[in-house]
Design a protein around this ligand. Structure first.
Ligand SMILES: CC(C)=CCC/C(C)=C/CC/C(C)=C/CC/C(C)=C/COP(=O)(O)O
Length: 270
């Protein structure tokens, strides 16, 4: 006995041979052994190639298509990859936040980590750079220091923009007891300390004549400042990794936008 769906299809077919319903019924998988699954023999038979009035973007069309006819670029793979990365990120962040609280496993090291935090904060860096600018007695020195100052302000601006766009909240374990913050600093992505540490370290290695041990210390400082963000529970791991990469990119940008004494002659001694 034919199923009601087939009977309806047959009725529809008898009145209109090009009926859309008939097309859809051909595409429907049948479970009953008395209702064979239609076989396509030619490419032109594929619903993708048929020039029917049936709109391929309509939800009905997409529901009815057999899986092999769906032109999907597997969006679920990217989704799964991102969700897995996020899960690993959250798990690692929780594991590594060993100084997040006084009562955490390494809570006694929290004051030391907070000193590391201050060493990468914007205020000492901007204040110290302005001081060095006025103390510098050569035009070449002033040029380098002026560009460091420019880099530090550019960093504050770019980090604030990205934080404002992404609006990722800080990790649950973070205590908002940071010294001198902007309103966007309630957000986590990217880490402003990591961007600054990476950018300043590259800037110093490129423009300051430093002995090898000092160069090694500069690199270690940038790494420790970045790691301290996760250890203090301030940031997720991905905030810091992205911040570190962004700091390198900011350094490259500053090199391209390099301010010369001609741009601001009044700041330089003649
Ligand atoms: C010191 C002088 C002379 C001027 C200061 C200029 C000024 C207004 C600087 C702002 C510095 C500031 C408040 C920076 C924010 C630093 C911060 C808390 C970043 C957040 O880092 P994150 O790693 O937690 O994202």
């Amino acid at each position: 006995m034919p199923s009601p769906r087939v009977t309806r299809a047959a009725n529809a077919n008898s009145t209109n041979p090009n009926n859309r319903f008939e097309f859809m019924s051909l595409l429907t998988n049948r479970t009953s052994s008395s209702e064979p699954v239609p076989t396509r023999h030619r490419l032109s038979d594929s619903p993708v190639h048929r020039k029917d009035s049936f709109n391929s973007s309509s939800p009905a069309f997409q529901q009815q298509l057999p899986e092999e006819d769906c032109m999907k670029l597997n969006p679920s793979f990217l989704e799964i990859a991102l969700k897995s990365l996020l899960a690993i990120d959250l798990w690692l962040t929780k594991k590594l936040g060993v100084c997040a609280r006084e009562g955490s496993s390494w809570g006694s090291a929290r004051p030391l980590m907070k000193l590391v935090e201050i060493s990468g904060h914007g205020i000492p860096w901007i204040g110290g750079t302005i001081y060095c600018f006025y103390k510098s007695d050569s035009n070449a020195g002033r040029e380098v220091i002026l560009n460091l100052l420019f880099a530090l302000f550019l960093d504050l601006l770019l980090v604030a923009i990205v934080k404002g766009i992404v609006k990722r909240p800080r990790p649950m374990q973070n205590r908002m007891d940071m010294f001198a913050t902007f309103s966007v600093d309630k957000y986590s992505f990217p880490s402003g300390h990591a961007t600054r540490a990476a950018m300043v370290a590259r800037f110093m290695l490129k423009h300051l004549v430093l002995a090898v041990p000092v160069r090694i210390l500069v690199v270690l400082w940038a790494i420790v400042v970045s790691l301290s963000r996760v250890v203090l529970g301030r940031h997720n791991v991905t905030d810091v990794v992205f911040g570190f990469i962004m700091g390198h990119m900011q350094f490259t940008l500053v090199e391209h936008l390099w301010l010369s004494p001609n741009a601001l002659p009044s700041l330089f001694k003649v």
